[in-house]
Design a protein around this ligand. Structure first.
Ligand SMILES: Cc1cc2nc3c(=O)[nH]c(=O)nc-3n(C[C@H](O)[C@H](O)[C@H](O)COP(=O)(O)O)c2cc1C
Length: 327
């Protein structure tokens, strides 16, 4: 993990992936204080809200942490400027390739840029454009997902790119043995979300946490696209009434497309706003029936509320034991 630790400035190269509404000051600072690397999920926050969240996180930890920004945010450049003012050391851009100017703005501010690489060709393009590290995330993950599993992405991509820059593997990681395996394949570290979402320090509603503790891997299912004209990025979440509500939402947006009352870009934005609202309903309000319970397949390994420090210690001990067995 040394390479990943050197890159992040953390004690262990375990990132807690940004989770909208969940990854705020408390969880982020707890992760970084425990030796991992926390990421604030900016999501749809305004620059003012992000400014306050970064300041509050800094008040809770002296350790490094990063900020995850969504590429389609209309005020992306202002958000980057807020991070620059705070001297944020690492920025993750999620949701697509870095829009024009964003890469230069981030690197110009002295921050390290981490991007998601959904395929080898895109990874090579991102490396050429100057990103500092990559996350490869498989479809086992919670939240928005691609079509390929983590194990296949790791085999296809790590041998080709892991020597060129630090690569962090995400999606479906629940135990340290899996971390050890990806490190052996050349990963610099890993990113987990689902395992940390219900930590004691997470502000997620008790109902949200209870739903995680009860769920097994097969309950975390990917959303289905109902209209071929409306490409929606699948989202993995626990099945509930909200799953059906999303089908209804897609029909409503597809009808608006048919009537010509909205354009495709607006249609996709409406879908993304839907998810942000639905996740808030579950995480903050505790409405686990109608809200979105975004969760990865590793949810079956989340059994009880534990402090972040205990989760990290357990993962590291398991990885360590696995690697020593191979010596
Ligand atoms: C509840 C939840 C919300 C998430 N929200 C975001 C987000 O806002 N932005 C993002 O880039 N990734 C998001 N993710 C993905 C995580 O950052 C992380 O990459 C993923 O959870 C890793 O896979 P795992 O769930 O199998 O551990 C979310 C995941 C979960 C479980």
């Amino acid at each position: 993990m040394q390479r990943g630790c050197d890159f992040l400035g953390s004690e262990v190269a375990i990132l807690c992936g940004a989770m909208s509404w969940v990854s705020e000051r408390h969880l982020v600072s707890a992760i970084s204080n425990a030796g991992g690397f926390g990421l604030i999920a900016c999501g749809a926050m305004t620059p003012e809200l992000l400014d306050a969240e970064i300041a509050a996180t800094k008040a809770l930890t002296q350790k490094p942490f990063g900020v995850n920004l969504i590429t389609m945010h209309p005020q992306l450049m202002e958000l980057i400027a807020v991070c620059a003012r705070h001297g944020v050391t690492h920025i993750v851009l999620a949701g697509g390739l870095p829009p024009a100017g964003s890469l230069d703005a981030i690197k110009g501010a002295g921050a390290k840029l981490i991007c998601f690489a959904p395929a080898l060709s895109l990874a090579k393009k991102l490396i050429r454009s100057g990103v500092d590290a990559l996350v490869i995330e498989g479809m086992e993950a919670g939240g928005h997902i691609g079509p390929v599993s983590t194990s296949v992405l790791a085999q296809e991509m790590l041998p080709e790119i892991a020597e060129q820059l630090p690569v962090f593997v995400a999606g479906g990681i629940g135990r340290g043995e899996a971390i050890a395996a990806y490190l052996e394949m050349g990963a610099a570290g890993v990113q987990l979300g689902t395992r940390f979402a219900c930590a004691s320090e997470s502000i997620a509603h008790p109902n949200f946490k209870k739903a995680f503790f009860r769920a097994s891997a097969r309950d975390a299912i990917a959303s289905v696209q109902i209209d071929p004209r409306l490409p929606v990025i699948p989202v993995r979440a626990l099945k509930n009434a909200g799953t059906e509500l999303f089908t209804a939402k897609q029909r409503e947006v597809a009808n608006s497309l048919d009537e010509g009352s909205i354009a495709m870009a607006e249609a996709q934005l409406q879908i993304e706003h839907y998810w942000a609202g639905a996740l808030r309903r579950a995480v903050i309000d505790g409405d686990v029936e109608n809200g979105s319970l975004m969760a990865g397949q590793s949810v079956g390994m989340v059994k009880s509320e534990e402090p972040v420090g205990a989760i990290i210690a357990e993962l590291v001990a398991q990885a360590d034991a696995a690697l020593s067995r191979r010596d």
